[in-house]
Write a protein that binds this ligand. Sequence first.
Ligand SMILES: [Zn+2]
Length: 147
Amino acid sequence: MVLNMGKPKEGKNINGEKMHYSVGAIIKKDNKYLLIERAVPPLGFAGIAGHIDEGESALQALKREIKEEGGIDAKNCELLFEEELDWNWCSKGVNAHYWHLFKCDVLGELTRSERETKSINWYSGEEIKELKLEPAWEYWFKKLNII
Ligand SMILES: [Zn+2]
């Protein structure tokens, strides 16, 4: 797949339902993962994530979200996988999201988005097991055998 190709903001899934395109970031440092507590539904602890804007590439969206939500710069971004979650609703009323999950490193001082996050911090796998995760992220962390 071509990562730097611009994408539409939404499309339709195989069942003809409206689908948004999303990116998410697995950010690991010193055996801990960077999580936010979401201030916007769906609530819970989650990795940095968001919608791809019209005409934006997945990689551009990823870097923009990491900057917006954490005030940090992403580097060494690598696509782990792409997958549609047809049960993953968003506050815009869409149930299907086609995800691009990346792993990457970050640079700079954490500065959280007051609007989108209640907190931002680093957590070990053991600590993540105790958190109330946003459902998509519970799914990703299980899929990656982190929890
Ligand atoms: Zn959405």
